[in-house]
Design a binder for this molecule. Structure first.
Ligand code: BES
Ligand code: ZN
Ligand code: ZN
Length: 486
C-alpha cells in the first residue's frame, strides 16, 4: 500500500468522508443524499457514485462523536479498506479532517492510527492457495491542511513501521504448525533481523541440555521436532551499558495438550499458541526501525507440545533452570513450564524490568472474553506505566489479581511447585503465581495473558481478520519501550 499526504489530489476520484451522528444532523438540507438514508451510525457505509465535481464519495459512519477515539479511527480505517476492496477500488483519498474531533485532536496520532488500521487490515495469509492472485497495490491519499502535512508524513512513517511489524507477527503466528516449527520460528527471527541492529542467538537442544533448561526440554520430549531458545538483542540506548528491558514470549508452535490430550474440537487453533513469541519478534523489529533509545532483550522458548513414547507424563517432575522442581499434574499446562526457564534466564541477565506475554490459559478467555488482555503485576508503578502504554496503543488491558492464595494453590506435595492448582477457578491467576516462582523478586515484572485476544477478534476489532492472529500487545510493547527511552 502506498500512502501519500496532500491537500487534495484531483486524479483520485473516490473521496472518503466520515460523518458522525451529530454530523448527519448538521448536514441535513445541505447534503440531501444523507437524509434518511445515512444516519452516521458506527461503521455504516454509503457509496455515492457521482456527486458534484464528478467525484465518488464513500461516506463512513463514525457513530457518536463524544465517544470517538484514536482506536476508533484505526478501526474505521479498516472499514474503509474493506469497502474499497469490495468495490474493487485501488485508489482513494481520505478526508482526514472529517475524523478530527474534540477527543481526537492530535493530527500526528490521528494519521498514525489511520495508517495502522489500513495496513493491519491489508494482511492476509495467501501463500497456500494455489490460485493465489497478488492483489493490485492500493494508493491512498490522506487529504489534510498544508500546515499539518509535515507532521502527517512523520506519522505515516511511524504507523507503517508499527503496522508492518505487527503484520509480520501475525503472519508468523497464523502459519500452520507444520510450516512453523520451533526451528522454523528461530529462522524467522533470524531472517527478519537481517540487516538490522538486532542480534539473534539460537540455542538448539544440545545447548538447552547444557544450560539446564528442564522445562523446555520436558515439554518438547514428546515431539520429533527439536526445541529452540531464541535470544534477540537490540542496543539503542545512549549508554550501551544501560540495563535492558526484557520481553519474554511463549512460543509453543503447536499445543496438542501432550499426554493430557486436548479434545479435538477447534484444536487447529492451537497453532496460535506461539502468539506471545511473535509479540517479542514484532515489537523488537518495530523498536529497531523506530530507532528507539532503549536496550531490549527478547527471549523466546520455542517447542511443540506433543504426546509420544518419550513425552512427559502426568506425575513427572521436571527441574527448571533456576533449580526449582515442578510437578507436572497436567501436561497441557505447558506454557508455564517453558516460561519458567525463560524467566529464570531473564532474571539472571538483571534487566530493569521483565514483561512476558503468553496464550497461557483458557480461563482468561472465560474471565475477559476476547475483549481484554489479562494483566498480572504486583508492582504499582509498573501497573501505572502499563496502563499509560495501553492507553497510547489503544489496546485493552485489564488487571487481574495475583495474591498469596493463588501462590498457595500451586504448592506441590512432592516438588517445589505444581503446574496445576488444587483449587477450582482463578486459573489465570494461579498460572501467574506459578510464573512468579521464576522471577527475581528485585526485578519489576508483569505478565500478559493473551489467550483471549491473540486471534479470532475480527468481530471486535475491524482491523483484524477471520482465523488470523491479531498481533495483540505488539503495539503496547512498542509503547512500553518508548516509556523506557533514555
Ligand atoms: N495454550 C493453552 C491455553 C489456551 C486455551 C490458549 C485456549 C488459547 C485458547 C494452555 O497451554 C493450556 O492448555 N492451558 C490449560 C491449563 C490447565 C490445564 C491448567 C487450560 O487453560 O485449560
Ligand atoms: Zn496447553
Ligand atoms: Zn499452550
Amino acid at each position: 500500500m502506498k500512502i501519500i499526504v496532500r491537500k487534495n489530489e484531483q486524479s483520485i476520484k473516490t473521496n472518503v468522508v466520515f460523518v458522525s451522528k451529530q454530523g448527519v444532523k448538521k448536514c441535513e438540507g445541505e447534503l440531501e443524499v444523507l437524509q434518511g438514508v445515512f444516519k452516521g451510525k458506527w461503521a455504516e457505509t454509503l457509496f455515492v457514485p457521482t456527486t458534484k465535481d464528478s467525484q465518488n464519495t464513500l461516506f463512513i459512519g463514525l457513530g457518536n462523536e463524544t465517544y470517538f477515539s484514536y482506536e476508533k479511527a484505526r478501526r474505521l480505517a479498516a472499514v474503509v479498506y474493506t469497502s474499497l476492496k469490495s468495490r474493487g477500488q485501488n485508489t482513494a483519498k481520505i478526508n482526514i479532517e472529517t475524523l478530527y474531533k474534540k477527543n481526537v485532536s492530535d493530527w500526528g496520532k490521528l494519521v498514525q492510527a489511520v495508517t495502522e488500521g489500513l495496513i493491519l487490515k491489508s494482511y492476509k495469509l495467501e501463500e497456500y492457495k494455489s490460485n493465489n492472485k497478488k492483489e493490485e497495490e492500493k494508493t491512498i491519499c490522506f487529504c489534510l491542511p498544508e500546515s499539518h502535512q509535515q507532521e502527517a508524513e512523520k506519522a505515516v512513517s511511524k504507523g507503517v513501521i508499527i503496522a508492518e511489524s505487527t503484520n509480520i507477527a501475525k503472519d508468523i503466528a497464523t502459519q500452520p504448525g507444520n510450516y512453523m516449527t520451533p526451528s522454523l520460528l528461530a529462522e524467522q527471527a533470524q531472517k527478519h533481523s537481517q540487516n538490522t541492529k538486532i542480534k539473534v542467538t539460537v540455542w538448539d537442544k544440545k545447548k538447552l541440555e547444557q544450560e539446564k533448561m528442564g522445562g523446555i526440554l520436558g515439554v518438547s520430549a514428546g515431539s520429533s521436532e527439536e526445541p529452540r531458545f531464541i535470544i534477540m538483542e537490540y542496543k539503542g540506548a545512549t549508554n550501551p551499558a544501560e540495563k535492558p528491558i526484557c520481553f519474554v514470549g511463549k512460543g509453543v508452535t503447536f499445543d496438542t495438550g501432550g499426554i493430557s490430550l486436548k479434545p479435538g474440537h477447534a484444536m487447529d487453533e492451537m497453532k496460535f499458541d506461539m502468539c506471545g513469541s511473535t509479540v517479542v519478534i514484532g515489537s523488537l523489529l518495530a523498536i529497531e526501525k523506530l530507532k528507539l533509545k532503549v536496550n531490549v532483550l527478547g527471549l523466546i522458548p520455542a517447542t511443540e507440545n506433543m504426546p509420544g513414547p518419550s513425552a512427559t507424563k502426568p506425575g513427572d517432575i521436571l527441574t527448571a533452570r533456576n533449580k526449582k522442581t515442578m510437578e507436572i499434574l497436567n501436561t497441557d499446562a505447558e506454557g508455564r513450564l517453558i516460561l519458567a526457564d525463560a524467566l529464570s534466564y531473564a532474571s539472571e541477565q538483571k534487566p530493569q524490568v521483565i514483561f512476558d506475554t503468553a496464550t497461557l490459559t483458557g480461563a482468561v478467555l472465560m474471565a475477559l472474553g476476547n475483549i481484554y488482555t489479562g494483566l498480572f503485576t504486583k508492582n504499582e508503578d509498573l501497573y501505572t506505566k502499563i496502563m499509560t502504554a495501553a492507553k497510547n496503543s489503544g489496546e485493552r488491558v485489564w488487571r487481574l489479581p495475583l495474591m498469596e492464595e493463588h501462590t498457595k494453590d500451586m504448592d506441590s506435595t512432592i516438588a517445589d511447585v505444581s503446574n496445576l492448582s488444587f483449587s477450582r477457578g482463578a486459573g489465570s491467576s494461579t498460572a501467574a503465581a506459578f510464573l512468579e516462582h521464576f522471577v527475581d523478586k528485585n526485578i519489576p515484572w508483569a505478565h500478559f495473558d493473551i489467550a483471549g485476544t491473540s486471534y479470532n477478534v475480527e468481530k471486535r476489532l475491524e482491523y483484524c481478520n477471520h482465523r488470523t492472529a491479531s498481533g495483540a500487545m505488539v503495539r503496547t510493547f512498542i509503547e512500553l519501550a518508548q516509556l523506557y527511552e533514555s
